[in-house]
Design a protein. Structure first.
Length: 184
């Protein structure tokens, strides 16, 4: 049973999304919502993100909406280091602060400010080891930053009971077509 789910994927710029009005965001959020609803029906209790802009922050918004319908659902933000958002643009900092204020649990893996890229790896290792599955928005044709997390999860799966669900560009296309037909 999947009780704790790590959700991750691309950052906005990796998808060519440069503002919050981009129509692709609604497609991504709907695909995440569909997966979460399915897992909630199977006993999902926690959604974990690290707070990276893009898929992770959109996931937080989806979870905040779903909590109205499923009050038992909780979400955690586990950042790789302290003050992760320090150098972000003000509007991204505000959105992140809002997400943190609505999270059921917030912590940082390394408990110190940014030092080096190893902190991102340790964050991923920690979250994978403390969840039951990974939901990743990822496409083999657009590797980007999620490819490292995918490899880490696959390696972990070799020796541990762990599941990985992947939302691909094909899945997103199907959601977009359903939305265009007014099925949502």
């Amino acid at each position: 049973m999947i009780r704790r789910l790590y959700v991750s994927g691309y950052k906005p710029h990796e998808l060519g999304i440069f503002n919050e009005k981009h129509p692709g965001i609604q497609i991504l959020k709907k695909s995440i919502e569909n997966e979460l609803r399915n897992l909630i029906d199977q006993g999902l209790e926690w959604v974990i993100i690290s707070g990276q802009p893009g898929v992770e922050t959109w996931t937080a918004e989806v979870v905040m909406d779903l909590k109205k319908e499923f009050p038992h659902l909780k979400f955690a933000v586990i950042t790789p280091f302290l003050d992760m958002e320090k150098n972000w643009k003000p509007e991204k900092q505000e959105k992140f602060a809002y997400i943190l204020s609505n999270a059921d649990f917030v912590t940082s893996v390394t408990k110190k400010p940014y030092e080096a890229p190893w902190q991102y790896i340790e964050k991923d290792k920690f979250i994978i080891q403390n969840t039951d599955a990974l939901l990743l928005i990822y496409d083999e044709d657009l590797e980007g930053s999620p490819k490292y997390l995918k490899r880490l999860a696959e390696k972990y799966m070799e020796k541990n009971e762990y599941e990985m669900f992947i939302i691909t560009s094909y899945d997103l296309q199907m959601i977009a077509e359903e939305m265009q037909r007014g099925e949502w």
